[in-house]
Design a protein around this ligand. Structure first.
Ligand SMILES: O=C[C@H](O)[C@H](O)[C@H](O)COP(=O)(O)O
Length: 222
């Protein structure tokens, strides 16, 4: 079993009957969705909401009950991956472009469990370029304003075309270098009209489960 799968299998032991569960996105969340499906097959009674079309489709293929957002008041537990986790459990997310929906789920969740392998742990955030989701309208001007905060934003391209999120937006990958004050950068980014959301998750993760290639798992708690 690989490290991501180990972390995911540990995370799904936290599921309980009648929970509303948020499904993350990405290669690590993929393992969690597989693990959730296994528990549903064993008789676990839950309802889920997804942070991407990809994860929703996977859940439905695997027989996990998915429900509309209009039918719930909040989320009990979200299990998601991350691109970086620092010592304070602040995160960079959005490598897969799902950051806006992921942040909506996270901020409406009573508990957020992040699952990673050891390669995602850093002392300070910023080695991974920060994904920033922006509206397509006048995106060149939005890019200029983001650049003025001290990075060189790169418009994300996938398969030769501008990458478009599930929300119809673009992503800027922004290498800021070491981010000493993530909360301050968050405020500055969100103050730019055209920025829909960014991948800094500050004080959102409650628990981080780290899988290792040696087959061990350990927990970080906020
Ligand atoms: O947009 C994608 C998400 O934030 C992912 O959770 C993050 O990029 C980590 O992905 P992975 O588990 O594939 O490394």
């Amino acid at each position: 079993m690989n490290a991501k799968q180990l972390a995911a299998e540990q995370a799904v032991t936290h599921l309980e009957h009648d929970m509303i569960v948020g499904l993350g996105t990405g290669t690590t969340a993929y393992h969690a969705i597989q693990g959730i499906a296994a528990r549903v097959k064993e008789g676990l009674r839950i309802r889920t909401v997804a942070s991407s079309k990809q994860s929703e489709e996977l859940a439905q293929q695997l027989g996990i009950p998915t429900v509309p957002f209009a039918s719930i008041d909040g989320i009990d537990l979200t299990i998601d991956g991350a691109d970086e986790v620092d010592e304070s459990l602040h995160l960079i997310k959005g490598g897969g472009g799902a950051l806006l929906r992921e942040k909506i789920l996270a901020s409406n969740s009573a508990k957020l469990i992040i699952i990673v392998d050891e390669s995602k742990l850093v002392r300070k955030l910023g080695q991974f370029p920060l994904p920033v989701e922006i509206t397509p309208f006048a995106y060149e001007l939005t890019m200029k304003q983001v650049r003025s905060l001290g990075c060189n934003p790169v418009l994300r391209v996938a398969e030769g075309k501008t990458f478009v999120t599930d929300n119809g937006n673009f992503i800027l990958d922004c290498a800021f270098g070491v981010i000493d004050h993530p909360a301050e950068l968050s405020v500055k980014l969100l103050a730019i009209p055209g920025v829909a959301e960014h991948g800094l998750f500050v004080n959102m993760a409650d628990t981080v489960i780290i899988g290792s290639s040696e087959g061990t798992v350990r927990y970080l708690q906020r």
